[in-house]
Design a protein around this ligand. Structure first.
Ligand code: SF4
Ligand code: SF4
Length: 302
């Protein structure tokens, strides 16, 4: 079951269709076309699971398929950033390129963004468009900060006599592209199953906070980065996705809630607290959300 209701800013719930027909509040919380776009982005594929649904935590995907859940339109606006970037590319491809075609195999299905001569003369480039944070780009580039001694010492205060340090960026860290790499490699496999050779995989990451000081501190000073993705063995990727597909199918068939998402899948709890659309229906997420909102209330001035 997909999202069926919107949560108004005052906490009331309203069926998405009813909201789109007629706002029940004194004024709409955003423009009607924006709400329509949000509603369209929530339509979920209920038959089978896509590559992105399998990459997410099995419990999250299960709940999105089995629960009639409600969302705050404002909290899912970020999904529209990605759609807007895809729209930018529509009708700007030519005969040497393919875009947005859904391919399917026995395990799953996936829609790649771009394939063909999208960078240079190379015809076999698989490209993916991401709109993401400077934090995620910093991780994907293997960039990290280290404390470097300045040779100067504090002359007063609690740290008197201690060495002063400054932050410096390094570029030789482990590249954190885990889920992106799995997603692109699966699209590669789907293309290759159609006889289309993939020579390179590249993510074009658009930084959504590139003008902020925080991004500069992370060494992210461009609006767009091209991030190459390495090939992962077909057998590893297929085994991994097959296992996730089987776990999801079994849970759906038995109507059994799968174990909670792994720590990585739930972004070490950050997703459960603020970003998981079905956290209210997940026993683990519910407890975290209550604790999180109590902590926020305690922090906010009376
Ligand atoms: S437009 Fe916003 S405030 Fe009005 S019914 Fe829809 S969700 Fe609620
Ligand atoms: S709340 Fe957390 S554990 Fe529960 S479904 Fe969402 S991401 Fe997974």
């Amino acid at each position: 079951m997909p999202a069926h209701a919107f949560i108004c800013p005052n906490g009331n719930q309203i069926a998405i269709e009813d909201c789109l027909n007629q706002c029940q509040q004194p004024m709409r919380c955003m423009f009607l076309p924006t709400l329509r776009s949000v509603a369209a982005s929530l339509n979920r594929n209920l038959n089978g699971a896509s590559v992105t649904e399998l990459i997410a935590g099995t419990r999250e995907t299960y709940l999105k398929k089995m629960t009639k859940y409600a969302v705050e339109p404002q909290s899912v606006l970020y999904a529209l950033h990605g759609s807007a970037v895809h729209t930018m590319h529509e009708q700007h491809t030519n005969g040497n390129m393919l875009s947005e075609i859904r391919l399917k195999d026995a395990i799953t299905s996936g829609k790649f963004d771009l394939y063909g001569q999208i960078l240079d003369e190379d015809e076999g480039v698989l490209g993916d468009l991401k709109v993401t944070s400077s934090y995620k780009i910093m991780k994907a580039l293997g960039r990290y900060k280290v404390d470097v001694p300045t040779g100067q010492y504090y002359v007063s205060g609690q740290k008197k006599g201690q060495m002063k340090y400054k932050k410096e960026l390094r570029d030789d860290g482990v590249r954190g592209v885990g889920d992106w790499a799995i997603q692109l490699n699966y699209y590669r496999i789907l293309l290759e199953q159609q006889g289309l050779a993939v020579k390179r995989m590249v993510i074009q990451a658009l930084c959504r906070d590139s003008s902020l000081r925080m991004a500069a501190e992370r060494g992210i000073d461009q609006a767009v980065y091209l991030i190459p993705i390495r090939r992962i063995s077909d057998s590893w990727i297929q085994r991994y996705m097959q296992k996730k597909a089987q776990n999801l199918q079994a849970a759906l068939a038995e109507k059994r809630l799968p174990p909670r998402c792994s720590s990585k899948e739930r972004w070490h709890d950050r997703k459960c607290k603020d970003y998981c659309q079905v956290a209210e229906y997940c026993p683990y997420g519910k407890v975290l959300k209550i604790a999180n909102s109590e902590a926020k209330q305690e922090r906010s001035p009376a």
